[in-house]
Design a protein around this ligand. Structure first.
Ligand code: 5GP
Ligand code: ZN
Length: 119
């Protein structure tokens, strides 16, 4: 069924606790944890507990949960005190855009200057 946990999915295993992560926030529908290979002083991933391969697919199927991701991304930025200086929410979508984990996730990046456009 759509949204069900996938046995071979790393982020489903983080949701279930089978793979450890440094969790900074959790709600009924989302988990936020530090990226294992941070690209900025603040680099947190916000993921839905349900499994969808990317953010757009999640938003089409469960728009309320997609909104939860955005709200939690903002809460992470406030917790990390990067909301004042600015932060970026990134959804890499597809291999050509750098997506490597096919469970929807927002990157929350901040704490340094962020160039535009990104590479
Ligand atoms: P993507 O490249 O799909 O947009 O982002 C996947 C992110 O997951 C990468 O930034 C990568 O560093 C992070 N990542 C991969 N494996 C793990 C892991 O086991 N734990 C954590 N916390 N982050 C991971
Ligand atoms: Zn998953």
């Amino acid at each position: 069924m759509a949204g069900e946990p996938q046995a071979d999915c790393l982020f489903c295993k983080i949701v279930s606790g089978d793979v450890p992560a440094t969790v900074v926030r959790e709600t009924g529908t989302t988990v936020a944890f530090r990226d294992i290979n941070p690209q900025a002083p603040t680099h947190v991933l916000v993921i839905p507990k349900v499994h969808y391969p990317d953010a757009a697919t999640l938003a089409a199927a469960q728009p309320g949960v997609a909104a939860d991701i955005l709200r939690e991304a903002g809460a992470v930025a406030a917790d990390e005190k990067v909301d004042g200086t600015g932060f970026r929410i990134v959804f890499n979508t597809g291999t050509g855009a750098g997506q490597t984990v096919f469970h929807a996730h927002a990157h929350v990046l901040g704490g340094r200057g962020l160039e535009w456009p990104p590479g």
